[in-house]
Structure formats: structure tokens, C-alpha cells
Ligand binder design. Structure first.
Ligand code: ADP
Ligand code: MG
Length: 692
């Protein structure tokens, strides 16, 4: 065992490709062998190729010709994965500039290689404590690297290199940044490591350091020019690294495992915490996008809920409504013939099982916009004398709609007074009862309009019908409540209309709305569906109820607003994504050195990608949570604004909105982080370690 050669280097040539397609040969035909227990000093001028050789031995660079055989493995022939494993288990690196990861504690720095192998927490702490004891730092576990002196940092780096009990320790100018006294302490530690049976190869400029080692190899211009054993070398105290030996069996099993997701998240959390201001600002930016997304969702569904509740409370699902819409020029209507044809067609073609529609199930309605030149309606509401209006141009209110009362209006639709009736007492001083919408209150001033008699004036094709009408009640169907609308029973309206012979002879009143009373919602739905789907000409121009058309109009409006909001929040989310991309990309650049260190310790591409991806995941999660808080505040503000401005706030919250927001935020972050993560994973370790 003593004489067995741990590291054999045969005819190794190494050339660097320069930018202009030329190459520079840094190592010429190097052949040299090393044994366990040696403390080798590599000396030579700056630029002679020492670091190049160290990187080849350490498996950081596999682009060479010739053979390097370490522990029986031919490094030139190893796959990337095997090379990662070699770095993790067989070699330990110590650098001139320590290369500790500043946002991790001493303990976490030392255990990095174990973390990459997914070794359990207890075991990790036990081994790290042991290693730190050997270098005399067992009391500094919790400190951060910046809190240590140079010599202490290098001792931590040595503990980190030793943690996996490697056979070879490579130290590239380990004392280059230290004063003489500290250098000697570090050297003493390296000697103890060599004397415990490991191969320690160190690059040094110091003759004093070299003189203490067991062998000095001199390199000049990429060639070995001298290789001198130190005859005076005496084995001294050695490290007892037995802790690992005892547990080796158990460890072997564990070492097969890779960096766990949890450890990746923990590592990236530490890093994020180290630049918390930057990350919080970024999260805040994303949060604005996420927050407005939630508010937008709540608003859209608020409007939909509002319309639905209005629709269901003011209509009867068992009634199918067919209506022909009136245009400016013409009031389309249903003739007797139309109605019987409709009944026949529905019965023949709508496939309504166990149901036959009869004419008796149909009641009539008339709905018209009353602001057209052809048809207009107004009321006069001057109550100065005896509560009866006397027509006065200035106190006339134009109505927007005239509706005959639908069969499904009930007392619950009435906010004051009663449903209007068609039975007028013989001796009454009015001809009909009407109902009005709450918008009417604005026009009556202090007076309560219910019970008052107004003059109702209807103009149709130039002919005027003028009658006294009693306001029986106020109707509130929400959708319509903001408009001045008049309701009157169909029979009552027909009577008034037909009593004006001039009008009636011109065109007798015909319904433009049909209410079909069915036994169930299913049948009503089936009729509605049939009417919308059929291309039978008798159903041409027929739509549902006015409430339904209005609701559709509102829904369309909401959808349009919703789409605009979606575009806006999509843009803000895109901006967030680019922001994350930029920040992550910068983070990769900032952490180039750290990535190099991780690779020298044996991190695989996959591990690096995992660390960066979990960082973008955390950014997404953090942003999502900030977004939820932001959305909560925004919702309260919007609610207060809307209720004070419009009187009500159509905002509906669904339990899954926060999950949508979190999901969107995480997906965006993870996607934006993919490119920086893969860039990080592809970084060349030698290049990244060279970076200062
Ligand atoms: P040392 O560690 O002995 O100071 P290096 O091994 O770092 O020297 O470098 C040996 C030679 O190889 C130097 O001339 C250096 O300029 C060159 N060299 C090192 N790395 C590269 C590289 N990536 N590309 C081109 N030339 C390089
Ligand atoms: Mg060097």
C-alpha cells in the first residue's frame, strides 16, 4: 500500500484554444507520479502552467492528451458524471482566495459536498465538527466567512476539502494570500493531512513552504525541469480521520444520492436572503402584476354574479320568453297566425317529451323603447292641485321603456306599493294603474309618488293617447332600476291603446313578447334552446326577454373590460418575467465564482440547475405571496371607492383565485429562471474559478 502510486501522469499535453483559432500549449509532455503520504510542492514562475496542471489533476478540465490515472481511474476517459463524482469523492480543492460562499455559514460551507450527496443532517454536523476540530475552528460553526481572518478562512477551506475524506488534496497557492506566520500554520495542517496518508499537492511561491515539503517539483514553461525529494522530511503528528472509516459502509450507501430538492431550496434561500433588498423589490414588481390579476378576476366574477343574481331573482325559470325587438322604425310583433305556427313548430320539432304546448300557456307582453320618434311616452307629475296632474311641459318626464308587466313579477319585485292591477273601480278618477322604477324618485322631489295620479301621454305615429294613471307601486329589478321605466298590465295597456280609435284602426295592438308557461325549468330551457338553434323562418328575429338581452349586453361589456384587463395584467406579468430573467441572469454572473466552487466540489450540472431553479421557484412563491397581500389591499381600496362612487361594488372572491395567482407567479418565475439556470449549469468551472 505504501508504495502504490496514487496518481500517475503520463505524456500529458495541454493546449488552450485562443480566440483567433491559434492554440497555446501550456503543458508539454508532462510525466510524473505521486504516492499517498507525499506533501508535494509545485514551484515555478507565474504562467509556467502550475494551475493548469492542478485543474487537470482535479478533474476540472478534461481537455488534454495523454493519461492521468488517479486511484486507478483514467480521468481522460471518464464521463461528465463520473468526473463530477471523482471531484466530489476523490479530490479536495484548496484555493488561494479561499473561495468560501459568503452567504453560507461556516458549517454550511464545510458540508457543501455532503449536501450535494444528500447526507443526513446529523451525520453532516458530526463530520463537519470533526473536520473543523482538526483545523482548530470547532467553535466558529455558526459564523459567516466574512467574520473570519484570512488564515481562519483557509482552514475552513481545508476542512471543506477534507469532508469527503478524499485521497488527494490539491492546494493552488494556499498561502499566497496569507502572512508568514499564518502560512506556517496552514502548512502545518497540510503536512498533518499528508502524514495521515493522503497525497497533498500544493502550488507555492514560498521557498520556506517548499523546503518543508517532502518533494519539490519545478515547472518551467509547461515542462518539468526538476523533481527533488526532500531527504530531511520527517513525518510528524498526523490527523486522525478515523471517524469516516467507521461509518464508511453507511456513507457509501448515502453518497450515491444527489442534492435533494430541499437542500437546493435551502441553499437558494440563503442566497436570496443575502440579497434580500433586491429580491424584495423584484417580488414587489411581480406582486403588482399578480395583485391586479386577482382584482381583475374578482371584478369580472363580481359583475357576472351580480347579473346572475338579478336574472334569477327577477325571472321565472319555468317561463320561456320569446320577444321580437323593436327598432327605431318598426315594432315587430306576433300575429295570431305567428303564434299558432310557433306552437305547432315547437310541438313538432322541439322534441319535448311528455309535453304539448297549447295556446293557453302563452301570455302576451309588449315591450318598447319609448324614446323613438315613432313611439314615445311621458308622464306629467305636477301635483300642485288636489294630487291630480295638470299637464305642464316643464314637469314632464320622458320614459325610456314601456313594459307590460311580465307574469313572473310578484310582490318581491315591488319595493313600495303594490303590483298594478287591471281592475279599475267604475267611479275612479283614473283610467289605469302603472308602476315605475326607483329612478322616478329623482323626479318627484320630496313627494312619495305611490298613490299619486299622473297624466300618461303616449305618442304613436303622431297620434296622442292621453290618460290619467295611478302609480300603484315601485318596481326594482336592479338591472333596470337606474332608468325611468313604466310598467303596465297588458290588458290595461290594450284597453287604453284600442280606445284611441285613430291609433287602433291604423295598427291594432299585437304582442311583441310571448311568455310561455311550462311545467318545469327543463322544458323552458329546452324551448329556449330550440328557438335559438332552429333556422325555421317563423323564429327569425326572436330573442329572449329584455332582461336577458340586457344581461347579455352587460356580460359582453364585462367581457370586453375583462379582456382589456387581462391584456394589461398579461403585459405587467410579461414585464415581471423579463425582470426576473434579468435579475436571475445577473445573479448567475455575480455568482460565477460560487458556481465554480460548487463544481470543484463535485456539483453536477443538474445540481447547479436545481439550485437556480429553486431560487426562481422561491422568487415566484415570494412574489405570489406579496401579490396576495397587495391584492387584498387593492380590493379594499377598490371596494371603498366603488361603494362611495357607484353605491355598490361588484367584487366576488373565489377560493381558488389565490391558487391561480400563486400558480401563475411560480410558473412565470420558473420559466424565466430556466435560461439563467441552464447558463449557470453550463459554466466552465476553470473559467469561473479564474474570475476575480
Ligand atoms: P500558473 O498557475 O503557473 O501561473 P497557469 O497554469 O495559470 O500558470 O497558466 C499557464 C499558461 O497558460 C499561461 O501562459 C496562461 O496565460 C495560459 N492560460 C491559462 N489559462 C488559459 C486559458 N483559459 N486560455 C488561454 N491561455 C491560458
Ligand atoms: Mg496559478
Amino acid at each position: 500500500m505504501e508504495n502504490e502510486e496514487t496518481l500517475i501522469i503520463r505524456n500529458v499535453n495541454k493546449s488552450y484554444k485562443l480566440d483567433n483559432k491559434e492554440t497555446f500549449q501550456a503543458l508539454h509532455n508532462i510525466s510524473v507520479s505521486f504516492k499517498k503520504g507525499e506533501l508535494v510542492s509545485i514551484v515555478g514562475e507565474s504562467g509556467s502552467g502550475k494551475s493548469t496542471l492542478m485543474n487537470l489533476i482535479g478533474g476540472l478540465d478534461s481537455d488534454f492528451t495523454g493519461q492521468i490515472i488517479a486511484d486507478g481511474m483514467d480521468l481522460g476517459k471518464l464521463s461528465d458524471k463520473e468526473l463530477d463524482k471523482y471531484r466530489k469523492d476523490k479530490v479536495g480543492f484548496v484555493f488561494q482566495s479561499f473561495n468560501l460562499i459568503s452567504h453560507l455559514s461556516i458549517l454550511d460551507n464545510v458540508t457543501l459536498a455532503l449536501t450535494l450527496s444528500n447526507v443526513g443532517e446529523k451525520e453532516k454536523i458530526a463530520r463537519a465538527t470533526k473536520m473543523l476540530q482538526l483545523v482548530g475552528l470547532e467553535s466558529q460553526l455558526k459564523k459567516k466567512p466574512t467574520q473570519l481572518s484570512g488564515g481562519q478562512k483557509q482552514r475552513v477551506a481545508i476542512a471543506r476539502a477534507l469532508i469527503n475524506n478524499p485521497d488527494i488534496i490539491i492546494a493552488d497557492e494556499p498561502t499566497g494570500a496569507l502572512d508568514t506566520t499564518t502560512s506556517m500554520q496552514i502548512l502545518k495542517i497540510l503536512k498533518e493531512i499528508a502524514d495521515s496518508g493522503k497525497l497533498v499537492i500544493m502550488v507555492t511561491h514560498s521557498e520556506k513552504v517548499a523546503s518543508i515539503s517532502s518533494r519539490v517539483v519545478e515547472i518551467s514553461d509547461g515542462r518539468i525541469t526538476n523533481d527533488t525529494p526532500n531527504k530531511n522530511y520527517k513525518k510528524g503528528e498526523s490527523f486522525n480521520l478515523n471517524v469516516e472509516e467507521e461509518k464508511k459502509e453507511e456513507n457509501k450507501k448515502e453518497l450515491k444520492q444527489n442534492l435533494s430538492l430541499w437542500s437546493a431550496v435551502r441553499l437558494s434561500f440563503h442566497n436570496m436572503w443575502a440579497s434580500k433588498v433586491k429580491n424584495f423589490l423584484m417580488a414587489f414588481g411581480v406582486a403588482i402584476g399578480i395583485g391586479s390579476l386577482i382584482v381583475m378576476l374578482c371584478f369580472s366574477s363580481g359583475i357576472v354574479d351580480f347579473i346572475n343574481s338579478t336574472m334569477t331573482s327577477y325571472s321565472d325559470p319555468t317561463i320561456a320568453t320569446l320577444s321580437k325587438s323593436a327598432t327605431m322604425e318598426e315594432i315587430a310583433s306576433f300575429t295570431e297566425d305567428d303564434i299558432s305556427q310557433i306552437v305547432e313548430t315547437i310541438n313538432n320539432e322541439a322534441n319535448l317529451t311528455d309535453y304539448t304546448l297549447s295556446q293557453e300557456d302563452i301570455s302576451y307582453g309588449f315591450q318598447v323603447a319609448t324614446i323613438t320618434p315613432m313611439f314615445s311616452a311621458s308622464i306629467n307629475y305636477d301635483f300642485d292641485n288636489s294630487g291630480i296632474a295638470e299637464y305642464d311641459e316643464n314637469e314632464t318626464l320622458s320614459l325610456i321603456y314601456l313594459y307590460t308587466t311580465p307574469p313572473y313579477y310578484s310582490d318581491s319585485t315591488i319595493v313600495e306599493g303594490n303590483l298594478c292591477s287591471s281592475d279599475i273601480p267604475e267611479d275612479a278618477d283614473y283610467d289605469a294603474e302603472i308602476m315605475l322604477t326607483p329612478a322616478i324618485y329623482n323626479f318627484f322631489g320630496e313627494e312619495n309618488p305611490v298613490g299619486k295620479i299622473v297624466e300618461l301621454k303616449i305618442t304613436y305615429n303622431g297620434s296622442i293617447i292621453s290618460r290619467f294613471a295611478k302609480i300603484s307601486g315601485i318596481v326594482d329589478t336592479s338591472v333596470m332600476s337606474g332608468f325611468p321605466v313604466l310598467y303596465i298590465n297588458y290588458d290595461a295597456f290594450e284597453e287604453i291603446y284600442n280606445s284611441q280609435t285613430e291609433v287602433a284602426s291604423l295598427s291594432p295592438l299585437q304582442p311583441n313578447t310571448l311568455y310561455i308557461q311550462t311545467p318545469s325549468k327543463e322544458i323552458a330551457d329546452a324551448i329556449n334552446a330550440f328557438v335559438r338553434a332552429t333556422d325555421d323562418p317563423i323564429f327569425e328575429g326572436i330573442s329572449g326577454s329584455i332582461e336577458e338581452s340586457l344581461a347579455n349586453m352587460f356580460t359582453n361589456l364585462t367581457n370586453t373590460i375583462g379582456s382589456a384587463l387581462i391584456v394589461i395584467s398579461a403585459i405587467s406579468l410579461l414585464v415581471s418575467a423579463i425582470m426576473i430573467l434579468v435579475v436571475m441572469y445577473m445573479s448567475v454572473t455575480e455568482r460565477t465564482k460560487e458556481i465554480g466552487v460548487l463544481k470543484s466540489i463535485g456539483a453536477r450540472k443538474k445540481d447547479i440547475r436545481r439550485i437556480f431553479s429553486s431560487e426562481s421557484f422561491l422568487v415566484g412563491l415570494l412574489s405570489g405571496i406579496c401579490g396576495l397581500v397587495f391584492a387584498g389591499i387593492l380590493l379594499i381600496v377598490v371596494y371603498i371607492l366603488l361603494t362611495s362612487l357607484v353605491g355598490f361594488a361588484p367584487l366576488s372572491f373565489r377560493w381558488y383565485y389565490p391558487f391561480i395567482a400563486l400558480g401563475v407567479s411560480i410558473v412565470i418565475s420558473v420559466l424565466s429562471g430556466l435560461y439563467p439556470a441552464s447558463k449557470a449549469a453550463r459554466l466552465d468551472p476553470v473559467e469561473s474559478l479564474r474570475r476575480e
